[in-house]
Design a protein around this ligand. Sequence first.
Ligand code: URA
Length: 199
Amino acid sequence: MSALSELCQEIRTCQRCQILAKNRTKVVPGSGMEQADIMFIGEAPGWHEDQQGLPFVGPAGLFLDELISSINLSRDQVYITNVVKCRPPGNRDPLPLEIQACRSWLDRQIELIRPKMIVTLGRYSMAMYFPGKSIGKVHGTALKKDDVIYYAMYHPAAALHQQSLRQTIQADMIKIPSFLTQAENASESVNQPEQLSMF
Ligand code: URA
């Protein structure tokens, strides 16, 4: 068993949040390629994800699949996970204490996968890497820090509620390959976050 599979097994037994552990059907650690260059981080599992134990398998996931294929990849060639690994009851927002309790699982996944690019989907994962920023301003922009590119996008579910965001999300997605190439060619930046811009 790989270190990542072992970690996911450990996550499946998590009891850190009493309410989430009691109400969940399945824990949703994440899925995809262990050596993925790109890691997508959403918010928390919804009803479908809780039933199947897999991330983004409901309506928002269908749109995410479409977005991923727009950059000529499939979900097996990236890694997909969430800030919180268990479904909050009634799909409520995850609580700050739950996000904090789950944080080390995410950090350990990142350490093992070592993605070149972390794509935040929605406000909760954005807040981890773009603190104090608003999604309306920061979406479609990237930061490079310690050899990792952090790229913020709206949550795919936002397009389901607000049709006008669909094109924005599609446009942000297709910028990903050029950010990856640009960052691979750019000089190293140590500790100092570097704002990347499109050529
Ligand atoms: N929304 C998320 O943020 N994550 C999922 O896995 C599904 C829907």
